[in-house]
Design a protein around this ligand. Structure first.
Ligand code: NAD
Length: 360
């Protein structure tokens, strides 16, 4: 298969960690008989330096012509970087918002995986985390409270603010379909999270999710209220496979789930649209404090590349090979500084990439 991949190396540690992820993609392609065509794309601060704007229309078109995009993080130190002297619409993060909108990326996927070897970094009790856990938070990204009408008005001399939470059945159906399709590639369980005891939008969410579930008889569906889900994530995270939820609930729950895994350098993510296209990036930022030092953890970006193989190219075997190589390197005791613990061997960004590539 020929994989057309757009690459946004980004700012700060972005170029370092993306280079390692490309190394892993190249090794995997080599091993399994695929070819990769990379298209270099500029976004964020790197684009401002060249074009004066964080994302040009030409770059958006070039991204659209690819099958998927791999991205490092963008942005700099807000206190010292000249990029933050520009008006907000010209700053690095504006590029991120524009590309998500232009590519219609409505589904955000954030895996929260606790590797048994990294249990020490998890703030939960040992008896809860024994054996690790592996869940996928699927968050609707373009609807709900963050995109509804809002206003602040004075009513009878009292300031009153309104935010509206709106979902239509089509928006719910498309993300539910994506969630069930992803569950089919995993342990075949969907936990749909809502607040159906209070909100109309949640009652519609539940109804549509049940309709979609009927098309996936192999997948077990359960409904959970969001307040209970917040508790269950710290009480029994092993029960979850795919958590499917709307925008604001997903915003909060995905941060909670990722923090119980302990390390930002391990957190992959993907944003998908209605086609197979996806934007794959680590959950963390551009870490300007450690940029250029060769010490950033490339694993989140490498695991994002594995998600790309699985979800944009349906190369499940290849994705598993990458994930297994990461697990093996961790089991062998190699660690970057952010996940270092006593008795382990500390390695830099490039060495971590080399070790993982060697295990593919
Ligand atoms: P950050 O995630 O960049 O850094 C927080 C801490 O985590 C830092 O100490 C950093 O060194 C560490 N860290 C992050 N990734 C790491 C890795 N791979 N290996 C080792 N350590 C790692 O968050 P921040 O400092 O709040 O933001 C820095 C910049 O990143 C800002 O400009 C922000 O806007 C941007 N940002 C971009 C994205 C994105 O591109 N999607 C996301 C979040 C933040």
């Amino acid at each position: 298969m020929n994989l057309k991949i757009g690459v946004i190396k980004g700012d700060g540690i972005g170029p370092e960690i993306v280079t390692e992820a490309m190394k892993i993609l190249d090794k995997t392609a080599d091993k399994y008989g695929h070819t990769i065509e990379y298209t270099k794309l500029l976004m964020g601060g790197a684009s401002i330096d060249v074009h004066g704007v964080p994302l040009t229309d030409e770059t958006v078109d070039a991204a659209k012509s690819c099958d998927a995009v791999l991205m490092g993080s963008i942005g700099g130190d807000a206190k010292t970087s000249p990029w933050y002297k520009l008006e907000p619409s010209k700053r690095p993060e504006a590029g991120l918002l524009k590309i998500r909108k232009e590519l219609n990326l409505f589904a955000n996927l954030r895996p929260a995986v606790l590797y048994d070897e990294l249990r020490g970094a998890c703030p939960l009790k040992e008896e809860i985390t024994e054996g690790g856990f592996d869940m996928m938070i699927m968050r609707e990204l373009t609807g709900g409270l963050y995109f509804g009408e809002r206003k602040t008005v004075e009513e009878n001399g009292v300031l009153t603010a309104y935010d509206s939470l709106t979902y239509n059945e089509n928006e719910i159906r498309r993300i539910a379909k994506r969630g069930f399709a992803i569950a089919m590639k995993r342990r075949k369980k969907v936990t749909s999270v809502d607040k159906a005891n209070v909100l109309d939008s949640s009652r519609l969410w539940r109804k549509v999710v049940e309709e979609v579930a009927a098309e996936y008889p192999e997948v077990t569906l359960e409904h959970m209220l969001v307040d209970n889900c917040a508790m269950q994530l710290v009480k029994n995270p092993k029960q979850f496979d795919v958590i499917l939820t709307e925008n604001m609930f997903g915003d909060i729950l995905s941060d909670e789930a990722s923090m119980v895994t302990g390390s930002i350098g391990m957190l992959a993510s993907a944003s998908l649209n209605e086609t197979k296209f996806g934007l794959y990036e680590p959950s963390g930022g551009s870490a300007p404090d450690i940029a250029g030092q060769g010490i950033a953890n490339p694993i989140a970006t490498i695991l994002s590349a594995a998600m790309m193989l699985r979800y944009s190219f349906d190369l499940d075997k290849e994705a598993e090979a990458v994930e297994a190589a990461v697990a093996k390197v961790l089991a062998d005791g190699y660690r970057t500084g952010d996940i270092m613990s006593e008795g382990k061997e500390k390695v830099g960004t490039v060495e971590m990439g080399d070790l993982i590539a060697a295990y593919i």
